[in-house]
Design a protein around this ligand. Structure first.
Ligand code: ADP
Length: 179
């Protein structure tokens, strides 16, 4: 029987417990899950962490899931999904406001690649409010995000903002309403 492989794409800037929850649900349903870290978002947002940092943190926090792999990707998600011979794209749903964007993206991806299914999971309600932008914003102001992100991500956020504050960099990455 062929391997049922799925790709879970996102920016993951940075990974939080909502992402981990979705990855673990997908890992129970599919034989293999590739968490695909979008290297260069074209959306009107700049990233806080480099793609190498985002990949390294995800590898660390997902290391206990043997059928989950993490890799960076560029370009169209459907091209990457085809390249790794996956059958589905995983997305997470949080709140109703996610639905419209996810619905549009799923239909666009279906137009591009009708053979690929989009499968959405809903995170545990404890994590439903989490978004990377909320995490970044709280952490940038010195707030405690330790209930929202794993310790390795928390430490990276503290180090990143200490570095940025010391070098006088403004918070220019907080420009999007949706992440
Ligand atoms: P993107 O930059 O593509 O919006 P993100 O890195 O923010 O990607 O998130 C990747 C995926 O994880 C998206 O499908 C998003 O809806 C989902 N996701 C993010 N946070 C949560 C959460 N708290 N609960 C469930 N799904 C989530």
């Amino acid at each position: 029987m062929s391997v049922r492989r799925a790709v879970y794409p996102g920016t993951f800037d940075p990974a939080h417990y909502g992402h981990i929850d979705i990855a673990s649900r997908a890992a129970r349903v599919f034989d293999e899950v590739f968490v695909a870290v979008y290297a260069n978002p074209v959306k009107a947002k700049s990233v806080l962490f480099s793609v190498e940092e985002r990949v390294a943190m995800l590898r660390d926090v997902l290391a206990h899931m043997p059928n989950v792999k993490v890799a960076p990707y560029h370009g169209l998600t459907v091209d990457y999904v085809r390249q790794v011979q996956a059958m589905a794209i995983i997305r997470g749903l949080r709140v109703f406001s996610d639905f419209e964007l996810e619905f549009r993206m799923a239909l666009a991806n279906r137009r591009l690649a009708p053979e690929i299914e989009v499968v959405t999971f809903i995170a545990d309600e404890r994590h439903l409010h989490l978004s990377s932008s909320t995490v970044r914003e709280i952490a940038s102001l010195g707030g405690d995000v330790s209930t929202m992100v794993p310790p390795v991500v928390n430490a990276a956020l503290i180090a990143k903002f200490r570095e940025r504050h010391q070098s006088g960099v403004e918070s220019d990455y907080m420009v999007s309403l949706h992440d």
